[in-house]
Design a protein around this ligand. Structure first.
Ligand code: NAD
Length: 338
């Protein structure tokens, strides 16, 4: 039987409780310590989960040899210093998305984890989503034909983040989903955004990724929409998919629709044939993605193998987001990616 591990979840705000619940649900986990600098959050943790221990002292967590792993669910700008300290203390580390706010910091964490022989993983939750897994199978089996575009709308009212803009908070999901689904990597990034608050952080953002194959990816994200929409369209030349993350009954609809362009030699014009066929909605049993993510982290530690959403994967996402940030600062200039 594999030894059960004890871990510490740092940050018990909005997302931390979901992590605690999911790690407590794993048979591979023994004790969970919650570390939060706010007393009210520590009280809340004990009220929600009486079996957890709580502390405000991150240094004592790092010094405790019984704690094998640290899960970081604090604001994004704190990810790098906390993850670095944990890796230096010999702990396996799971960091909430995104891994860090600069490519240099993300690279440093990946290199440090490798030197220390420790697992480093990022919670890109959608990578573990049952619906995303089904879309991946459909794409891998060329069910859509040649993939032409992915168009995502990820908008709602709030939650405003205090330390990063909406691209780092919401478009990060689109970039990680696309990286997981598509073997190709983008050749360039363009982004624009607007801030309507005093701290200057963009609360609306539009991101475009271009690929050598001609694939184009667009992400529209916002914290100031009156309606919550979580739509992703995947357009192939044979079929197209609408993924509605808020529809648990029919999360994906496959449209047997497409178009074909042919030239009319007589008039040297392009003519288009449109095909509008059946719509099919496959049954998908939706398991909790966070549970699969938590399990992958624990198993990566036990089996000493990289998790799906490992540090290197997280670094690739940070590189795209950092380039998007540069593009926003230069009024939407197209930034080439190496
Ligand atoms: N994977 C997802 O889908 C998803 C969804 C939401 C949030 N997140 C991520 O989770 C992280 C936390 O977001 P949130 O919305 O829960 O934030 P939050 O502000 O609600 O909670 C953060 C908590 O961390 C505590 N904290 C801050 N600095 C600390 C420190 N140095 N030591 C100990 N405790 C500290 C705060 O007291 C607070 O309770 C972010 O990285 C965010 O991107 C991920």
């Amino acid at each position: 039987m594999t030894a059960r591990i004890s871990l510490c979840i740092v940050g018990y705000g909005y997302w931390g409780p979901k992590l605690v619940r999911n790690f407590l649900g794993l048979k591979e986990c023994r004790n969970i310590v919650v570390c939060d600098s706010m007393e009210t959050r520590r009280f809340q943790a004990v009220a929600d989960f009486p079996s957890v221990q709580v502390t405000a002292d991150f240094a004592s967590v790092l010094a405790n040899p019984a704690i094998a792993a640290v899960v970081i669910a604090t604001p994004v700008t704190t990810h790098f210093p906390l993850a670095k300290a944990a890796l230096l203390a010999g702990k396996h580390v799971l960091v909430e998305k995104p891994l860090a706010t600069t490519a240099e910091h993300a690279e440093e964490l990946v290199a440090l984890a490798a030197r220390q022989g420790l697992s480093l993983m990022v919670d890109h939750t959608f990578v573990y989503h049952s619906v995303v897994a089904r879309i991946k199978t459909l794409l891998d089996e060329s069910h859509l034909g040649k993939l032409r575009y992915i168009d995502s709308t990820r908008i709602n009212l709030g939650l405003f983040q205090h330390d990063v803009n909406v691209i780092w908070d919401l478009a990060v999901h689109d970039v990680s989903i696309v990286h997981h689904l598509v073997p190709e990597r983008p050749v360039s990034v363009q982004a624009i955004g607007a801030s309507h608050v005093a701290n200057g952080l963009e609360n609306i953002g539009f991101l475009v990724l271009r690929y050598a194959s001609g694939l184009i990816v667009h992400s529209n994200c916002s914290w100031i929409s009156p309606v919550k929409i979580r739509h992703m369209l995947f357009g192939g030349d044979k079929r197209m998919i609408l993924y509605n993350d808020l529809d648990t009954e029919e999360p994906i609809k496959i449209y047997d629709s497409g178009f074909e362009a042919r030239s009319d030699d007589e008039r040297s014009q392009l003519l288009f044939d449109y095909r509008v066929g059946d719509i099919h909605s496959p049954k998908i049993v939706i398991a909790e993605a966070l549970q699969s993510m938590a399990r992958d982290f624990v198993r990566s530690i036990h089996a000493q193998r990289p998790a799906i959403s490992n540090g290197a994967f997280g670094l690739e996402i940070v590189k795209v987001l950092a380039a998007a940030e540069r593009s926003i600062r230069s009024n939407g200039t197209e930034i080439r990616l190496a």
